[in-house]
Design a protein. Structure first.
Ligand SMILES: Cc1cc2nc3c(=O)[nH]c(=O)nc-3n(C[C@H](O)[C@H](O)[C@H](O)COP(=O)(O)OP(=O)(O)OC[C@H]3O[C@@H](n4cnc5c(N)ncnc54)[C@H](O)[C@@H]3O)c2cc1C
Length: 381
């Protein structure tokens, strides 16, 4: 974004990604959406376009991109095959969290960028989700290793990931300042995984990862001890607007389907679109989706300018998925019984979009962030 709107370069990039998505990702996307497991050939195609390497340093195979351009890539991927839109974030959060560890960067980043390796981010636990500073997983120093014990739940990409960026308490008395981040290969002795059956996000998958005295060399500590929580929180300021864009892309597709269906389907002697009960609903949803989408791009633009954007990112994350779920639900109803059938992608999109209402922080937690900034810390308990 230069002034208000996208730059010529960003529009060109959008067209390029859209063409790729239409040719390479749309065929078979509906079938893949309900099936567990990452199709590696598709991951490699996305990697081949350089999209997992956005903002990863060039020496590891990445390419520079401004934050708005990253949003464009993710939004366009979500229009083609929802699960692929989760891939660019992998490169971004990995290169950020590995930043201070050259050996890990060299070992992992080129493979992530090429789509040969996958990582997951493991924070949530059975007793702790929103209140993430209270995680129970422990990392106890034993000479040159840390010994990790605990359990992580609902971890996206967890069933197939080659490693977890995993958060554990190195100092349980220090609150969030006692949380450190580690890179834990999922084939480490003491790590076990099982898949959690979820209503959506099937190709991405969610895992339970159990750590039973897992010995992690000190070299796999990411950044400094006690700085893990702060590091992941700054990443949420980026992931929240892009998660919202992913949900909104599903909504936009559903609205496009609803528009053409309403124009063609006849009821009581005329197209559905001639009834205000149908067309006004579409008009409202188009308005809400566009408003939320612009909020997301503004948050990314603020990030690009180096301006504060935690509040704006939180706004995107509660509003985007909410209006997306509403728009998909309305579009499904506009299709009547066929919308409810598995023949149509609407029910799958609805299930996937609801996941965005929870992942990376619920609406209530996002509103607490807005309240903290707008009203003051004392009102955000
Ligand atoms: C699709 C999906 C993907 C995910 N991927 C990952 C991942 O890759 N890595 C990972 O670590 N986690 C992941 N998660 C977990 C996710 O981050 C948590 O589910 C989320 O943070 C909420 O935590 P919780 O489920 O424990 O809910 P809880 O924290 O138990 O909250 C339950 C309900 O209470 C409300 N609530 C809680 N506290 C307050 C409060 N103070 N005020 C008002 N209301 C409150 C919440 O809004 C929510 O509605 C994923 C979840 C989903 C659904």
């Amino acid at each position: 974004m230069g002034g208000f709107g996208f730059t010529e370069q960003q529009e060109m990039f959008r067209r390029e990604v859209r063409n790729f998505v239409q040719k390479e990702l749309l065929p078979g996307a509906k079938e893949r959406a309900g099936v567990a497991g990452i199709p590696r050939d598709i991951v490699r195609k996305v990697a081949g376009m350089g999209l997992i390497g956005l903002r990863v340093p060039e020496k590891y195979g990445g390419q520079p991109a401004d934050w708005v351009t990253v949003g464009i890539a993710i939004e366009e991927l979500a229009r083609g095959d929802f699960f692929t839109s989760c891939l660019p974030t992998q490169g971004i959060f990995s290169s950020y969290l590995f930043e201070k560890n050259e050996a890990i960067c060299e070992e992992w980043l080129p493979a992530i960028v090429k789509g040969e390796r996958t990582v997951c981010l493991a924070l949530t636990e059975s007793e702790v989700g929103s209140d993430a500073a209270n995680i129970k997983t422990r990392a106890v120093r034993d000479g040159d290793v840390y010994v990790l014990s605990g359990e992580k739940l609902s971890i996206s990409f967890g069933p197939w990931a080659d490693a977890a960026i995993l958060f554990a308490k190195t100092d349980p008395k220090a609150g969030f300042r006692g949380i450190s981040a580690f890179l834990v290969p999922t084939n480490s002795p003491g790590v076990t995984r099982s898949t959690m059956p979820m209503m959506g996000w099937r190709p991405v998958g969610q895992a339970i990862i159990t750590l039973d005295n897992v010995r992690v060399p000190r070299g796999r500590l990411l950044g400094e001890e006690g700085k893990g929580f702060a590091a992941v929180m700054t990443q949420f300021d980026f992931t929240r607007p892009v998660l919202a864009l992913q949900a909104l892309a599903l909504a936009q597709l559903s609205l496009e389907d609803a528009i053409s269906y309403a124009q063609q389907r006849q009821a009581f002697g005329q197209p559905l679109a001639k009834y205000e009960g149908v067309s006004f609903k579409i008009a409202e949803d188009l308005t809400l989706v566009e408003a939320a989408r612009l909020l997301c791009y503004r948050a990314l633009w603020l990030r690009e300018q180096g301006l504060p954007h935690s509040k704006e990112s939180a706004m995107c994350k509660w509003l985007g998925p909410k209006v997306a779920v509403r728009a998909i639900h309305d579009s499904l109803l506009t299709h009547g019984h066929v919308g409810y059938s598995e023949e149509y992608p609407l029910q799958q999109r609805l299930k996937d979009a609801i996941g965005f209402e929870i992942a990376d922080g619920t609406a209530e937690i996002m509103k607490l962030i807005v309240v903290r900034e707008a009203l003051g810390k004392e009102f955000a308990k």
